[in-house]
Design a protein around this ligand. Structure first.
Ligand SMILES: NC(=O)c1ccc[n+]([C@@H]2O[C@H](COP(=O)([O-])OP(=O)(O)OC[C@H]3O[C@@H](n4cnc5c(N)ncnc54)[C@H](O)[C@@H]3O)[C@@H](O)[C@H]2O)c1
Ligand SMILES: [Zn+2]
Length: 378
């Protein structure tokens, strides 16, 4: 046998910066991140309209800040896009970004800067990753979920053939800038929705963080920005540690960070995305928490605490789709297996702060868990 073994590794690193009012005159975070080079770098902005609607001076601030800066060419045609899941359900935004990259000859020394919720960031990240085999991408996440989870990681994607995130890549961003000021204009639902991901990481990795969430539930309900900033900081940190911890591009079949997600993805889809991602994750976590207890893994007391925290924070722990379309929800397990590519691996809980992976879930016990949650109501 004649063979050549090719082997190399690439070291990725990127900063996740926490700041406020990124485009104010005094804030130098973004300019500090750009690589100074002798040639001119282009900056192409893609902005979620949901952000612009609430921060109408944003466009003007960006132009003021970046026009006339040495070695930077601000592309004057900002791409302004609707936000939300709809942008991932079609290729309209993706095509628009590719078109703009072509028109403005955006190359690998340029930057695509995206400001928005997780959905917009996912599409921009995907377009940036595949155009010219990868253009530097800076994310400025504007929702809780995007700042503590989706925007700080290495994944992107769009929904295709009715399947969530069917097309996408693993592509670390050039940098991430979390600006807490954007959070002040979120709807209550979107403010709450992102908290689900923090509960998720606390449950599988950090019992202390879970205690902190319990203690700060009222402050979070009252939209206390300081409490939210702390939540985001810790949640993002745990996510980043996990990504750096061995399998950043999810080659194995284990995806511990997807606790509660197998049914959540299905619920989002079956509801036509009426249920927000975090809301679906809350229901999915309640289901897998109940399952963990019914299958004898998780003490009942822990189950009570988890359901109680979810309810205190205003999450529903059940949904009519779980009982009315349970067969369809169960398909979520198969899709999850497919997405992982082979063996089913599901994270369940042993205790608060510690998960355990299993390779099988019993349908009967899932249905029993769902009806127990339904019997308790919301
Ligand atoms: N790539 C990943 O690793 C990953 C992980 C988790 C979730 N996700 C994806 O993230 C998406 C959900 O993201 P999301 O929860 O950020 O919601 P979203 O992107 O759907 O945005 C929610 C809504 O809020 C608006 N909005 C955004 N910022 C705002 C602000 N500052 N003020 C007022 N309105 C604002 C948007 O226009 C939109 O209407 C899903 O598509 C999910 O699949 C991706
Ligand atoms: Zn999630």
């Amino acid at each position: 046998m004649d063979q050549i073994l090719q082997s190399f590794s690439v070291n990725f690193n990127y900063k996740v910066v926490f700041t406020e009012q990124i485009f104010s005159n005094e804030n130098a975070v973004l300019s500090g991140l750009l690589i100074s080079s002798s040639s001119r770098s282009k900056l192409l902005f893609v902005i979620d309209k949901g952000v612009l609607d609430h921060h109408p001076s944003l466009e003007r601030q960006i132009r003021q800040k970046w026009n006339g800066i040495k070695n930077i060419e601000l592309i004057q045609d900002f791409i302004i896009t609707d936000g939300g899941e709809a942008v991932k359900n079609s290729t309209v935004l993706f095509d628009q970004i590719i078109q703009s990259i072509d028109t403005h000859t955006i190359d690998r020394h340029s930057y695509i800067v995206a400001i928005g919720g997780g959905a917009v960031l996912d599409v921009v990240g995907y377009a940036a990753a595949v155009a010219h085999r990868g253009i530097r991408h800076i994310r400025i996440p504007s929702t809780v979920l995007a700042q503590n989870d989706s925007g700080v990681g290495v994944k992107n994607g769009i929904n295709y053939k009715g399947k969530k995130n069917f097309l996408g890549t693993f592509a670390p961003p050039f940098a991430v800038i979390n600006d807490s000021h954007f959070l002040t204009t979120l709807s209550d639902r979107h403010w709450r929705s992102g908290i689900a991901e923090a509960i998720k990481v606390s449950l599988i990795k950090d019992a202390e963080f879970f205690n902190w969430l319990e203690l700060n539930a009222t402050a979070l309900n009252n939209r206390d920005l300081d409490a939210m900033k702390q939540l985001i900081r810790r949640c993002a940190e745990l996510h980043l540690q996990h990504i750096a911890g061995g399998d950043p591009f999810e080659k194995g079949s284990s995806r511990p960070l997807d606790f509660g997600h197998w049914s959540a993805h299905k619920l989002e889809q079956l509801s036509g995305f009426d249920i927000l991602h975090g809301e679906a994750v809350a229901i999915g976590m309640a289901l897998d928490t109940m399952y963990s207890t019914l299958s004898g893994k998780l003490p009942e007391q822990d189950c009570k605490r988890i359901l109680s925290l979810l309810r205190t924070l205003g999450f529903s722990v059940t949904h009519p789709l779980l009982s009315n379309a349970s067969a369809k929800v169960l398909e979520g397990l198969n899709e999850f297996r497919e997405h992982l590519g082979g063996e089913l691996t599901i994270m369940l809980l042993n205790t608060i702060g510690k998960g355990e992976e299993v390779h099988e879930m019993k349908e009967e016990l899932i249905l029993q868990s769902a009806s127990k949650l339904a019997a308790h109501g919301k």
